[in-house]
Design a protein around this ligand. Structure first.
Ligand code: PMP
Length: 398
């Protein structure tokens, strides 16, 4: 009989020749366990998903209760379903008041798609602005906005009218003009290696959008749901977008995404043509129940209040001559080393010692640190011990 490993490699589509390929069995809290019973401290949260840890009991309970009530009933937006309305009410209480209407989708990419469509429909304009090293998803629309053409050029033709500007460069912003439907930006760029926008830059983007009538879309798919120590990264900046994208951590481990805008803006989907965005499973009741429970956990356990202190502890502990720089905001940190080869050896050693880290799509010499916000002080010390001893071993072996 074929092993799961054999099936994985022969029948499950592969996207690289070097997947981690550890056969996992279960997960709880800040740990994932493999089939041999080896426990791994999860320092990346499934890429900023498990912000409240894996299988939080409140989320598991909400999922079970919802499964016993109803699952899918009808395509999005027809029936009134309490898991969705309760989640909408809660979400809207946590974001700037102008973002009063929420459209639930399945993923980050779909949130991006819906938002860009809405911007085109509302403005009647053809162009979209994005930034170098941006990542907004892998569907054709989202891929058109990827900040490194290496990943998109073999998939052309893509969506036309896309213009790429330099992140954090205010002089570039004059290229936002009266043809621009939307400017899509991550307040802290994820796959670039956790590069925060400067306050002046985000303010200038907002100002230029206001001058030209372009809509501002914040992609908080990775930065949202408490990752930076605030519910949304935009709270660090005091800049409010016209459309906000959420996904990843929103479902507490279940798939759900959302884009939020004013009711007035969102109403564009209702006419000429009606059904401006359609999704079968968007806001699935089980995912919506999980998301509401996730937001309750974030609040009830006061998870945001310790993020800054935990961030500071990583900065304090991660000192080594091979660590060139630490970037990021909150529990969204990137540890810059000298090369991919060096980092690869460090990451492999960390894995051997039961610590899951990762690198970034556009920065393969930086280590990704984005643990569940529930990580404890002791676990941070342990993670830093493992990272430092791994760096030292690789350093000495050179
Ligand atoms: N935007 C950002 C900033 C992301 O980090 C990601 C996922 N890495 C996406 C969009 C796409 O989300 P999804 O994979 O759920 O489509």
């Amino acid at each position: 009989m074929a092993t799961q490993r054999q099936i994985f490699f022969s029948h499950q589509a592969q996207t690289t020749d070097f997947p981690l390929a550890i056969e996992m069995r279960s997960a709880l809290g800040n740990y994932i366990e493999d089939i041999n019973g080896k426990r791994y401290l999860d320092l990346i949260s499934g890429i900023s998903v498990s912000n409240i840890g894996h299988r939080h009991p409140h989320v598991v309970d909400a999922i079970k209760r919802q499964v016993d009530t109803h699952m899918h009933l009808l395509v999005y937006g027809e029936f009134i379903q309490a898991p969705q309305t309760r989640l909408a009410e809660k979400l809207i209480s946590l974001v700037p008041p102008s973002l009063s209407s929420v459209y639930f989708v399945n993923s980050g990419s779909e949130a991006l798609e819906g938002a860009v469509k809405l911007a085109k429909r509302a403005t009647g304009r053809p162009d979209i602005i994005h930034f170098d090293k941006s990542y907004h998803g892998s569907s054709q629309g989202a891929l058109s906005l990827i900040g490194d053409e290496h990943f998109s050029e073999r998939y052309r033709p893509l969506v036309p009218g896309v213009k790429k500007l330099t992140y954090n460069s205010i002089p570039d912003l004059h290229q936002i003009d009266h043809r621009t439907a939307a400017v899509v930006i991550e307040p802290v760029q994820g796959e670039a290696g956790y590069v925060p926008a400067t306050r002046e830059f985000l303010e200038a983007v907002r100002k230029r959008c206001d001058q030209t009538g372009a809509l501002l879309i914040f992609d908080e798919i990775q930065t949202g749901i408490g990752r930076t120590g605030k519910f949304l990264a935009l709270e660090h900046y005091g800049v409010v977008p016209d459309i906000l994208l959420l996904a990843k951590g929103l479902g507490g481990g279940m798939p759900i995404g959302a884009f939020l805008a004013s009711k007035e803006l969102m109403d564009n989907f209702k006419e000429n043509p009606l059904l401006g965005h359609i999704t079968t499973f968007g806001g699935h009741p089980v995912s919506a129940a999980a998301a509401l429970a996730t937001l309750e956990v974030l609040e009830n356990e006061d998870l945001l209040s310790s993020v800054q202190m935990k961030e500071a502890l990583f900065h304090e502990r991660l000192l080594h001559e091979e660590i060139h720089k630490i970037r990021g905001k909150g529990l969204m940190l990137s540890v810059q080393m000298k090369s991919f080869e060096f980092l690869k050896k460090v990451i492999d050693r960390c894995l051997e010692k039961g610590l899951i880290t990762d690198w970034f799509l556009f920065n393969d010499s930086s280590m990704r640190i984005a643990p569940p916000l529930t990580i404890t002080i002791d676990e941070i010390h342990h993670a830093c011990d493992v990272i430092l001893s791994s760096i030292e071993e690789v350093h000495l072996s050179e």
